[in-house]
Unconditional design. Structure first.
Ligand SMILES: *Cc1c(COP(=O)(O)O)cnc(C)c1O
Length: 494
């Protein structure tokens, strides 16, 4: 405490506040006048009914303690900005900063969905341009940007199929789904009121056209297929599959989550797909999962266009309007017009690459997956011996014989500083290791990752118990994952 400030204890106040008297050199006993700054009583500002007097046992901490707590926790997290995120089927690619810059432009960040169309022309133009790009990429005829996720897009897409078949006076009961499908596919079909029938994959990991032919009867509304499928295998007979369905009056739905292997190279619209969704937060580099809201646009062929959710963009003269006059539309599937900020980011990604750049990204994604496959296939059992597309899928067969499984290998990867791959999916592969590097990883990062997995394979040969007890370097080691999922405790205290 400096010379000029004398600490005095005045009348002991209730909370024993210390008051300070500043002694001014020229003027003995100078008393600092009350500071003339505005202040707000938070309780009064919040208003009656919005405050509580007491919460039993609530922890009392200061703002700085809370900030430090959460900042510290955030540094314990793993993110795409820290390293490779090889979750197969999830396409966890880098989110380029140019997307963020575009989304923060005032005209993109500030529009309100209730502002008049005349003041939203720029935002509407962005959406129309994105729809046009997605049509060009997929080879489809029309797009809705409303759905907020891939699963949501699936649901919207199957509702379109249902509305179409009903309009033909031909409602049907069943949806066929290959056994390699993502769990959202059967969930979607079930939610839309259909019975789900599984189609076994053949020995090459593809839809078995013989089995399909027998399964498609007059009750089948559609097949939901993922292409490339979740084994990273391109469905070679996809055009035949479409024909088998169409000949029986059924439609082909494509789960487009794996479009990272096709953009600029092959168009679903050309191989017979009637309706599909895209995951902008996968293929088109917008933030994924905890990084932000998703977006699952649905693209359709002409026959399904009348059923697309309302409203839709309509060009009238030189202006955009929202068209609500769509008598056959299945209705809205989401408030307003989709996650606009995500749409801006996806369009920024598309435009920053251009057609050639998008194709190059696809080729690099496939190259990266095959590079990892080549480096790893001497150490891990490849699941299906077909060319890999955007991802490569191994089984843990070799390691199982030594007592370790895909879960143990994944946990040990954390010690090497990597986020694990997708574990135990697809279900038809025993102990799957599903690895998708994406095009955004450098050769150096791919090599470090492959080195880590090879090293783990060697560790399993030498000391399997050590691997089974991993992770060794994390703040918590084994956690009760089942308990956390089935009986989550989301309150601080009961
Ligand atoms: C990610 C994914 C989905 C679901 O997409 P969300 O955007 O997570 O709802 C569906 N199918 C496949 C094959 C996927 O990889």
């Amino acid at each position: 405490m400096s010379e000029g400030i004398k600490k005095v204890r005045q009348q002991p106040s209730q909370n024993e506040d210390l008051l300070f008297e500043i002694s001014s050199p020229g003027k003995a006993g100078y008393q600092l006048p009350p500071l003339d700054v505005p202040s707000v009583d938070p309780r009064a500002a919040l208003g009656a009914g919005n405050t509580r007097d007491a919460i039993d046992d609530f922890p009392e901490v200061s703002e700085v303690d809370v900030i430090r707590h959460f900042t510290r926790l955030s540094t314990w997290n793993y993110a795409i900005d820290l390293g490779l995120y090889p979750l197969g089927s999830c396409t966890m690619k880098y989110n380029p900063r140019i997307n963020e810059a575009a989304a923060r432009v005032e005209g993109m960040a500030w529009p309100h969905p209730y502002q008049p169309d005349s003041l939203s022309q720029g935002a509407m133009e962005v959406m129309a341009e994105l729809e046009r790009c997605l049509n060009a990429i997929t080879g489809m005829d029309a797009v809705t940007l409303q759905p907020a996720a891939g699963a949501h897009g699936e649901f919207a897409g199957i509702l379109l199929i249902r509305a179409y078949l009903e309009s033909k006076g031909n409602p049907r009961k069943k949806i066929l789904i290959p056994d390699s499908a993502h769990g959202t596919n059967p969930a979607t079909a079930h939610m839309a009121g259909y019975q789900v029938e599984n189609i076994a994959s053949n020995s090459r990991g593809m839809v078995d056209t013989e089995i399909l032919m027998k399964a498609v009867d007059d009750d089948v509304a559609a097949l939901m297929v993922t292409n490339p499928n979740t084994l990273g295998v391109f469905e070679e007979h996809i055009a035949d599959v479409a024909k088998i369905l169409h000949d029986k009056g059924a439609l082909l739905y494509m789960d487009g989550a794996n479009m990272n292997a096709l953009v600029g190279v092959s168009r679903p619209g050309d191989f017979g797909v009637d309706v599909m969704h895209l995951n902008l937060h996968k293929t088109f580099s917008t933030p994924h999962g905890g990084g932000g809201p998703g977006s699952g646009p649905v693209a359709v062929k002409k026959i399904l266009e009348p059923f697309l959710p309302a409203p839709r963009l309509k060009r009238v003269g030189d202006k955009w309007e929202w068209n609500y006059n769509l008598p056959d539309a299945v209705g809205r599937v989401r408030a307003f017009y989709g996650n606009f900020g995500v749409l801006v980011r996806a369009l920024a990604y598309i435009m920053a690459h251009g057609g050639d750049g998008l194709k190059r990204a696809t080729l690099d994604a496939v190259l990266n997956a095959n590079y990892l496959r080549k480096r790893l296939e001497k150490h891990y059992q490849i699941a299906y011996n077909e060319p890999s597309m955007h991802e490569c899928v191994f089984s843990d067969d070799i390691q199982k014989k030594l007592g370790a499984d895909t879960g143990n290998i994944a946990k040990r990867l954390i010690d090497y500083g990597f986020h694990p791959y997708t574990v135990s999916f697809p279900l038809i592969v025993h102990g799957a290791l599903m690895i998708e590097p994406t095009e955004t990883e450098s050769k150096r990062e791919l090599d470090l990752f492959a080195d880590a997995l090879i090293s783990i394979a060697e560790e399993i040969e030498e000391n399997v118990e050590f691997v089974k007890q991993s992770p060794h370097s994390t703040r918590t080691s084994k956690v009760d994952e089942v308990g956390a999922a089935r009986k989550p405790v989301v309150r601080w205290k009961r």
